[in-house]
Structures are given as C-alpha cells and as structure tokens.
Design a protein around this ligand. Structure first.
Ligand code: COA
Length: 113
C-alpha cells in the first residue's frame, strides 16, 4: 500500500512504489516511466548514477528524489559507494539531503561519461 508524506509546501502526495530492475541496472516506478539508471564500476563496489528521468507531467513532485532514496538505500545496505554523475543527484538531491554524502564515493566524484 502506498504511504503518504507531507511535502514542504504542505501538499499531501503519495509515495510511489520504486522497483529495483537489476537486469537493466535501474530503479524505476512500476509503470517504468520514471527511472534512475546506474552503471556498476570498480569490480561492482561502486554504483555510478548516470541518469535520472521523470516524465514532464510528473516533474516537481519529488519523484526523482524518491528514486534517489531507493538507490542510495540500496547502495548503503549493500556496502556500495555512489558516484553522482547525474546532475540531478550532484546538484539537487545531495545538497538537499546531505546525510547521504556519507555514501558518496570519495576518489572521483564524477565519472567521465
Ligand atoms: N539537474 C539538477 N537539478 C535539476 C535538473 C537537472 N538537470 N532538472 C531539475 N532539477 C531540479 C529543479 O531545480 C527542481 O527544483 P525545485 O524543487 O526547486 O523546483 C528539482 O530538481 C525537482 O526535484 P524533484 O521533484 O525531486 O525532481 P523531478 O521528479 O521533477 O525530476 C529530473 C527531476 C531532473 C529527473 C527531471 O526534470 C527530468 O527527467 N529531466 C530531464 C532529464 C534530466 O535532465 N536528468 C538529469 C540529468 S541526468
């Protein structure tokens, strides 16, 4: 069952179910329309988040943030570190959720792709 959460501006929004698609290296909504794409690096110890996408009609509701929380939670529980190549992750998600910086890979903050 979907939970509800209270956003900063006071609107009540449903927290969508996010599914791990291991084969395609994605975290995605059940309808697959919104997703976060990653590439595993350094012998499978580092999750490089290369792209986040939310359909135009669903933007601004925190959906990309939910995708990131799923990916970072997964990384933490599997003792992986994260490279925030996607600009949404590096420029928006991490500054707004600094507690997740503890999971960020420390050598090279962005990959070259
Ligand atoms: N880079 C960094 N931050 C971005 C961004 C980008 N390319 N596009 C939007 N944002 C920020 C906005 O400033 C917005 O801030 P606001 O809340 O003050 O309006 C914030 O993301 C919205 O956060 P959230 O609601 O969690 O994100 P979303 O569900 O609207 O999805 C994207 C954000 C970036 C995934 C979505 O706009 C998208 O799919 N864009 C096209 C693909 C893309 O540019 N992906 C990112 C680079 S890989």
């Amino acid at each position: 069952m979907a939970e509800s959460s209270r956003r900063e501006k006071g609107a009540e929004v449903e927290v969508p179910k996010i599914v791990w698609n291991e084969r395609q290296q994605k975290f995605e909504t059940e309808d697959k329309e919104a997703y976060l794409q990653y590439v595993m690096r350094k012998d499978g110890k580092v999750m490089d988040i290369v792209h986040t996408f939310v359909p135009r009609s669903k933007r601004g509701l925190g959906l990309a943030s939910h995708l990131c929380v799923s990916a970072f939670t997964h990384a933490k529980s599997h003792t992986l570190s994260v490279i925030p190549t996607c600009s949404y992750v590096s420029d928006t998600f991490l500054p707004r959720n600094p507690s997740w910086n503890s999971v960020v890979h420390s050598d090279d903050l962005k990959s070259n792709i």
